[in-house]
Design a protein around this ligand. Structure first.
Ligand SMILES: Cc1ncc(C[n+]2csc(CCOP(=O)(O)OP(=O)(O)O)c2C)c(N)n1
Ligand code: SF4
Ligand SMILES: [Mg+2]
Length: 305
């Protein structure tokens, strides 16, 4: 199966994912997180990818991964991971592969699929106790098709489909909480700009069995409107302002892994991004800025730090 259905590129020079030569945007925060996750997981993986920006990494029959890659429709990646897991389990049971040839099924999906189109398939897979790792790179919109709003788009952000003076009218869904409510083996938020925190969580997830979420905020210069060289700064500011809490769910409890103290004002994060420029020009929209700051303050006041 591995050779016929899941293609792999052999004889690559390094042990990690190759990013050069792909059609990805410079400064892509999703790709940075994926690099870091892959460095921990390694080649004994099958990435089951829902349509999105990361799909452009692979050009049939090649992929920049040393492991395997399977492409699915947007809503179907968890179902694809179930098929891969089942096939591997049957091969193991029948003795056609040994334990050293076992692979980790990893869903790789954007927020459009994770927070919306694929949520039902994900919920079903968690409910069945599927043994898989689920990596969502969250660039807060349907990036590959021009950054339309998704269930992950923050309030007041401008997107291709939220162009008014107040930006997006909706509020970002809490996918981490949705996963935690399913009581999975593990769930964590991460960001590529905090690589040690990310690596520790992926390492922990790798050692567990069952449904495991790694949810990475993915600064996106193209969709968020900023210079690619600012990606790491914006990622760090997301953590330092408290707008992207780094946390994990394990053994039924949520624990914050980095508590920003003191928290920086979220203006510092917003002002760097074109999608929030209308909050500052042509006139400052204090009502919206205060609302966004108030929601972050309320979150941190509500958690048991
Ligand atoms: C059912 C379906 N609707 C629409 C599309 C077109 N499409 C391809 S990628 C994409 C955007 C996906 O957004 P997201 O999951 O957030 O990933 P990103 O593009 O941001 O990486 C869309 C809408 C599709 N492939 N399948
Ligand atoms: S649109 Fe955003 S998420 Fe997609 S490749 Fe470009 S930077 Fe990355
Ligand atoms: Mg997206």
């Amino acid at each position: 199966m591995k050779e016929t259905v899941l293609r792999r590129m052999k004889d690559l020079p390094s042990s990690h994912l190759l990013g050069g030569g792909t059609p990805m945007c410079a400064g892509c925060g999703g790709l940075a997180a994926l690099h870091e996750v892959y460095d921990v997981l390694g080649e004994k993986t099958v990435f089951v990818n829902a349509a999105g920006c990361m799909t452009l990494l692979s050009t049939y029959p090649f992929t920049p991964f040393r492991g395997s890659w399977l492409y699915t429709a947007m809503a179907s990646a968890p179902a694809g991971a179930q098929g891969v897991r089942d096939a591997l389990d049957i091969l193991l049971e029948q003795g056609r592969i040994d334990a050293s040839e076992n692979l980790e099924a990893v869903v790789l999906t954007g927020d459009g699929a994770a927070y919306g189109m694929g949520l039902s398939a994900t919920s079903g897979a968690i409910e069945r106790g599927l043994d898989f790792l689920y990596l969502c790179y969250d660039n807060e919109g349907y990036g590959n098709t021009g950054q339309q709003f998704s269930g992950a788009t923050p309030h007041a952000a401008r997107t291709a489909t939220s162009t008014g003076f107040a930006g997006h009218a909706g509020y970002k869904k809490d996918l981490f909480a949705i996963w935690a409510a399913h009581e999975p083996a593990y769930a964590a938020t991460v960001i590529g700009a905090e690589p040690l925190d990310l690596a520790r969580k992926v390492e922990r997830a790798r050692g567990l069995t069952g449904p495991r979420l790694i949810l990475a905020l993915a600064p996106c210069p193209t969709g968020w409107g900023y210079d690619p060289e600012l990606s790491v700064d914006i990622g760090k500011l997301a953590v330092q302002t408290g707008i992207w809490p780094l946390k994990e769910f394990i053994d039924g409890r949520v624990r914050h892994t980095k508590v920003p103290k003191p928290r920086r004002p979220i203006e510092e994060y917003l002002q760097l991004q074109g999608r929030f420029a209308h909050l500052f020009e042509p006139r400052r929209q204090d009502d919206l800025i205060d609302e966004l700051q108030g929601r972050v303050d309320a979150y941190w006041q509500s958690v048991d730090e």
